[in-house]
Design a binder for this molecule. Sequence first.
Ligand SMILES: Nc1ncnc2c1ncn2[C@@H]1O[C@H](COP(=O)(O)OP(=O)(O)OP(=O)(O)O)[C@@H](O)[C@H]1O
Ligand SMILES: [Mg+2]
Length: 348
Amino acid sequence: MATVASEAAASGTPGASRLLEVRDLHVEFRTRDGVARAVNGVDYSVDAGETLAVLGESGSGKSVTAQAVMGILDTPPGKITSGEILFQGRDLLKLKEDERRKVRGAGMAMIFQDALSSLNPVLSVGEQLGEMYVVHKGMSRKDAKAKAVELMDRVRIPAARERVGQYPHQFSGGMRQRIMIAMAMALEPSLIIADEPTTALDVTVQAQVMDLLAELQREMNMGLILITHDLGVVADVADTIAVMYAGRIVERAPVHEIYRAPAHPYTRGLLESIPRLDQKGQELYAIKGLPPNLMNIPPGCAFHPRCPMAQDVCRTDEPPLARVTYEGLTAERRSACHFWKETLDASR
Ligand SMILES: Nc1ncnc2c1ncn2[C@@H]1O[C@H](COP(=O)(O)OP(=O)(O)OP(=O)(O)O)[C@@H](O)[C@H]1O
Ligand SMILES: [Mg+2]
């Protein structure tokens, strides 16, 4: 079991330094209505300097997996029932809470969608940015304020020195999201998890914020997990894509390979539902039906009720996240579909 999981978790560039490895992670939510199986054996990894994009429809377990990695899962009702989360080689699930907190402060940081509710409305942005240095580095308030200005410059907030005393509501949505990025970067973490960091912004601002994040990540050689609904957004920035469905990774591959030809019908559905400028007016392909109820996930492949390629075996046997091979493919690529070969052929 462990060997299968760790083999499945391996990906990325050989020899690069592995930052994070999630192995066979399971998370449940016990609620009054029953047990929701939100994460059902997730395997993924991130290397230094790598961007992993995690895609999937609403409710597929993207955020819950990230919360488990960050150690901010809503517990109860949430519970990690099994798995490992190795960060720089240490299993975070075996650390005591105070050790865990240290990792969370210095080693990894998270950026959320909604900056306004993540920032404190009654403290100036300078105080909030500076606080990171006061608490974690024991800096004086004066030095911390200078650092805050430096950070605001770094995320290209114009007139940082003048604006450091302003409050979150005095900034536009895009600028607030830059402040969130600055907070996450403050302690120069090795890993950033960005959960839909641009979803609340309008399209042009989205691109600017995304570019900034990608640039800082490159400069600092950080690992980045980018959670998003939007396959269009990840094309330029991601190295690897992991597609989630009903709490599992159903496909994982280098980004250009996935765009060339998906090896899972669900990925294919997602790709074909991106609006394209050259097909204006044409009806968008949409995946039929709805994601499953996590209290009652279908047997076999969870996607089978919606899958145009489903056969009998799909209704009974859960497909493993198997290795995909073809000529010219050197990186590791995986698909949890009994018919990955046929899917690849159909989409080429
Ligand atoms: N606090 C909670 N209490 C109960 N169930 C929860 C809680 N948080 C998440 N869940 C369950 O876990 C499932 C997966 O949630 P998650 O937030 O990971 O989805 P997601 O893939 O991030 O979706 P979205 O794209 O909408 O953000 C939810 O559909 C829900 O059933
Ligand atoms: Mg989410």
